[in-house]
Design a protein around this ligand. Sequence first.
Ligand code: ZN
Length: 275
Amino acid sequence: MKLGFNEATCMNNSTLERDLELCEKYGYDYIEIRLDMLADYLKTHTLAELKSFFDGARIKPYAFNSIEDINFASPEKQHEVDELFLFACHAAQSIGNPYIIVVPTMREDMKDKSEKEVFEDSVKVLKRMAQIAAPYSVRLAFEPIGDPRWCVRSLRQCMEIINAVDLPEVGVALDAFNLYLYDELRDMGDIDAVPLEKLFVYHIDDCEDRPLRQLDHCHRLIPGEGIIPLDDISNKLKAKGYEQIASVELFRPEYWERDAESVIREAAEKTRRFL
Ligand code: ZN
């Protein structure tokens, strides 16, 4: 697999420019750009400048993060999501970024939705988004998040939706922490069931040893530092023939307190053994 850096990891102690420079220096193959950090970059730069950086660099863009709250949106929210999504499609096409990460809605009332309601809404919304994205040649990676506040939580539920959408442009972003958050990865068989052609993105991240009811994104750790069976997950993906990104995506405030260079260097060193 190829080493990737997700900009969440240093979102509060770096910039897109700095991430690009450091990731190139430490040998990352891919970067997943955050749309808010891209918007900041574009205050003083252009997409043409970003494209020209990638043309001359080893590192390449892989996936934008992320279009969120796509389910059960009010008309106002839908308008907001559509605007960001169109901006992402345009930017992706301009710099040759192939994927956009799409995240199910997080809201307190999601707990009250039945799985059938979530299935029907997700299929409808993803088909519509795929249609919008088609002219831009960008593909959508739908990412289940195990916490009960999100409406699509398990890999099984996510794959049922993706299989029903049945479009080559729609696949899954498999995030080790987000799967752990659902049921401590009790059923690793769900990973075997993902067809290779639907596996678009792998977020590789570890976490602290805490009960599920306490565990949150701030407890993510650099791969190899925690309790998630990342060797098993990575080996399953490799056995399937997956050779694309393994991207370090951490939301740990402690890492945001550090110098970005030390985090980016350490993450590269410690993640390589899983590739
Ligand atoms: Zn993720």
